[in-house]
Design a protein around this ligand. Structure first.
Ligand SMILES: N[C@@H](CCC(=O)N[C@@H](CS)C(=O)NCC(=O)O)C(=O)O
Length: 218
């Protein structure tokens, strides 16, 4: 079933020109929703149940996947591409560094998260027991390895919140839900995660299904 919500981030009388087809619990859509709220972008969010995808999604996106974004006659898919487009289309607040070297490094991190960690999600959520356990351990160990970064700096790229944080947040939010417990030495990344979860944009980005993934006290 499709549920249409209009995010009222700008004057109510204005009709949103952007539409995001968004999975109600998938982490790829989640990172795009964080970007939308971080930038206060007026957008119609179409909640998609991935087991009952609307026909129009397949007409818009050859891979028939969420997230898919429509901005007038432009149709985009692949969350990293959507997110960079949003950052360029509505530059405030900026979510990518300005200089080419730092931008390239940020893109490399985004690709590595996708290949190394987002690529594990199918095994974690739908794989056989052995591959699910292996995938959980890989994610746990990877996050533990990068944890010391957050002793030195508040965000993934340094002082500023960026698209890289938007990409990490959905994974960190799902750790309990996926039965992944980080070891004690990963405290810096858990503190960082809690800081991300306190952001207004993050709170607004959560669907009901995502809210149910963590108990409020955690
Ligand atoms: N690389 C894509 C991944 C998108 C993706 O895997 N979407 C899943 C979310 S559950 C989906 O739509 N699956 C339904 C399907 O493939 O039929 C991105 O970053 O947007």
């Amino acid at each position: 079933m499709i549920d249409k919500n209009v995010m009222s981030t700008t004057p109510a009388a204005r009709k949103p020109i952007m539409t995001l087809y968004s999975g109600t619990s998938d982490p790829w859509s989640h990172r795009t929703r964080i970007v939308l709220f971080e930038k206060d972008i007026e957008c119609q969010i179409v909640d998609v149940d991935v087991n009952k995808k609307p026909r129009e999604l397949g007409e818009l996106n050859p891979y028939n996947q969420v997230p898919t974004m429509v901005d007038r006659d432009l149709v985009l898919y692949e969350s990293n591409i959507i997110n960079e487009y949003l950052d360029e289309r509505l530059p405030h607040p900026p979510l990518m560094p300005v200089d080419p070297v730092s931008r390239a490094r940020a893109r490399l991190m985004l690709v590595r998260f996708d290949r190394d960690w987002y690529g594990l999600i199918r095994d974690i959520t739908g794989g056989d027991k052995k591959s699910a356990t292996k995938a959980r351990h890989t994610l746990r160990d990877g996050l533990t390895v990068i944890s010391p970064i957050f002793k030195e700096q508040p965000f993934a790229l340094g002082e500023e919140f960026s698209l890289v944080d938007c990409s990490l947040a959905p994974l960190l939010w799902r750790l309990d839900h996926w039965d992944i417990e980080l070891p004690r030495q990963a405290k810096p990344i858990l503190d960082y995660a809690n800081k991300l979860f306190q952001r207004k944009s993050f709170k607004l980005s959560l669907t009901e299904a995502e809210k149910a993934m963590r108990t409020p006290s955690r």
